[in-house]
Structure formats: C-alpha cells, structure tokens
Design a protein around this ligand. Structure first.
Ligand code: ZN
Length: 172
C-alpha cells in the first residue's frame, strides 16, 4: 500500500528514530509499503520517518538503467561501519523536499551493516550512487536532511519554498 510522504519542514523529519527490536510481519509489510511508495514517487531511496514511522528502516534501489534488473533493498537498523577518506560530490534530492537539488560531499565508499527482512545480519560495501543514497537515507534516521549540509542561506531559501508548497497543497 502506498503511503503519503511527509514534506519538509515537519518535526517528524527532525527526530532520531528508534532501533527496530525484532522483525515482525508488520515490519516486513511496512518495508513493502515503503518500496511501493518509493518506486511510485519515483525515487531511489526512502526512510521510514518520511512516511511518519519513527523506526530505523530504509529502503533503496539505485539501479537506474532502463534494462537494469531492480534490486530492492530493505535495511533494518542500518549503520555505516566504515567510510573511505575519498569523497564524492553528487547532486542530491529528496522525496520530502520535492524538486530541490544541491551538491553534497560524502565519503565515496562505505561499508554498511544491517538486518535483512529474514532477520539476518548483512554487510556490504557500497560505492558511487549507492554509497551516497544509503548515507542520505541513514541520515534521515537521525533527523538529518541533505539540506543540513548546505550553507544556512541556501537551506533557508529551500525551506521557505517548501513552506509555500505545503500551503498551496493544503489549499488544494
Ligand atoms: Zn531524503
């Protein structure tokens, strides 16, 4: 089931999410809902707080090629366990900050550990767009948005645009 995506500014996007204690069918269903919501948007990543659920859960699929095979990943309690000194600059966007993009610098390669939907611990090295995306989504679990990396003036400009967008949407 598709879920509505929260738009910045929203207090739920600024909170630190709680670790998921045990996997359950309800949590697996939540992950499925998040993947459906992400693909529909369309986007390459989504974090639970973006749909108002304060659990440490992210989903992503950075396969962008038209003929590429989808690789939907659901990560419970993901953590970056190692990061390269090498950095990458990507123009990032966010489903909670529609149509706003800015360059963000992050480690180029990261090792991430998480619990998969079967309850097994996984560890994998991510590079390029995958590395940027997984770091962006994990940030969401700590109440951090990509605009928090920008200069205050630019961040305020984007926030004002989003406030205007929300007012317009509320009016219908
Ligand atoms: Zn985001």
């Amino acid at each position: 089931m598709k879920r509505p995506i929260l738009i910045h500014p929203d207090p739920r996007l600024k909170k630190v999410c709680a670790a998921v204690p045990d996997l359950s069918d309800a949590l697996r269903m939540l992950a499925d809902d998040m993947l459906e919501t992400m693909y529909d948007a369309p986007g390459i990543g989504l974090a639970a707080p973006q749909i108002g659920v304060m659990d440490r859960l992210i989903v992503l699929d950075c396969v962008k090629e038209e003929d590429g095979t989808a690789r939907p990943l659901a990560m419970f309690n993901p953590t970056v366990v190692a990061a390269s000194d090498d950095v990458n600059v990507y123009e990032e966007g966010c489903l909670s900050i529609p149509e706003q993009y800015a360059e963000v610098t992050r480690p180029k390669v990261v090792d991430v550990e998480w619990i998969d939907r079967d309850g097994n611990t996984q560890r994998e090295t991510f590079d390029g767009l995958w590395a940027t995306c997984v770091q962006h989504e994990i940030d969401h679990l700590d109440g951090k948005l990509f605009i928090d990396y920008l200069k205050p003036l630019k961040r305020q400009m984007i926030t004002r645009k989003m406030q205007k967008l929300k007012r317009e949407r509320a009016r219908g």
